[in-house]
Design a protein around this ligand. Structure first.
Ligand code: C2E
Ligand code: CA
Ligand code: CA
Length: 263
């Protein structure tokens, strides 16, 4: 992929999209109080001629030309169809988070599109969460506000993704009715040393989230030591390779049945 020009990569993407080479993988979120499955994040995967192309190789290109919007709707639609399927199969579904690129902020109808996509499948709106990253761009704040309020009023949950990596705007966290704060892996990685400034920042963010009534989850959890730190810091939701890698649908369906993770 690295050797391709942007135009060539886009052409390959379009071909791949019409050849149904795109799939959803599900990465479980685990409740650290009882090790039960607490939800999952939907992550796009491109299976091209037997090899897996990861999102970092093509998302940026799609964000530049705006095509990421179509891919995001496609993923949301797949997730809703899967949830419907699980309900019909008698499985107990969990809430699934779907990544929404900030490119969607320029679309005035975005809340309507999300509502219609979920409702079309006749599944409860509460089973979908929308993840959005922060941004330093102040100019789309108004659009962000109307999106987060619109989703809130429609009963659709929202999460601030990658919190702590960019420009963490406290006013946007305080003013908007987010449900979840997702703490980025980079903050956790620095927080292992007892008494370090990094640990203080990590723990203060968790306290802040709690104080504002937000659910808090740490992503990128890879070790037993990190699990201990999460618990000590009172962040009881975790997502990361320690428990599960992103799983193909069939594997995730087995996780839905098992429910619990052994710690
Ligand atoms: P993200 O939203 O922060 O997703 C989490 C990423 O961290 C995923 O990478 C996941 O595989 C990886 N990860 C999870 N646990 C661990 C861990 O313990 N250690 C490490 N080192 N990594 C872990 P992935 O699937 O390659 O996705 C990369 C990014 O691509 C995502 O970051 C997200 O920004 C974007 N992305 C993925 N799917 C979509 C999509 O459907 N729409 C949009 N707009 N963006 C997407
Ligand atoms: Ca995410
Ligand atoms: Ca993230």
């Amino acid at each position: 992929m690295e050797n391709l020009s942007t135009d060539e990569l886009f052409e390959l993407y379009q071909e791949g999209f019409s050849n149904r080479e795109f799939f959803v993988y599900y990465q479980p979120k685990v409740n650290l109080k009882n090790y039960a499955l607490a939800g999952a994040e939907a992550l796009v995967r491109w299976n091209h001629e037997g090899s897996m192309i990861m999102p970092d190789s093509f998302i940026k290109m799609l964000e530049k030309n705006g095509e990421i919007r179509e891919l995001d709707y496609f993923i949301l639609n797949c997730v809703c169809a899967d949830i419907k399927r699980w309900i019909q199969m008698g499985k107990k579904p969990v809430q699934i988070s779907v990544n929404l690129s900030r490119c969607n902020l320029s679309n005035e109808n975005i809340v309507q599109i999300i509502k219609e996509t979920i409702d079309k499948h006749s599944i409860p709106r509460s089973l979908i969460q929308i993840e959005l990253t922060e941004s330093a761009e102040q100019d789309d704040n108004e659009a962000l506000k109307s999106l987060i309020w619109g989703l809130h009023e429609a009963g659709i949950s929202t999460a601030v993704d990658d919190f702590g990596t960019g420009f963490s705007s406290l006013s946007l966290i305080r003013e908007l009715p987010w449900n979840t704060l997702k703490i980025d892996k980079s903050l956790l990685d620095g927080a292992q040393i007892i008494g370090s400034r990094e640990q203080m920042v990590y723990q203060s963010i968790i306290a802040l989230a709690k104080g504002l009534g937000l659910e808090c989850i740490t992503e990128g959890v890879e070790t037993k030591e990190q699990i201990s730190l999460l618990k000590k810091s009172e962040c009881f939701l975790a997502q990361g390779f320690y428990f599960d890698r992103p799983l193909p649908r069939i594997e995730f369906e087995k996780r839905l049945e098992m429910g619990k993770n052994n710690d």
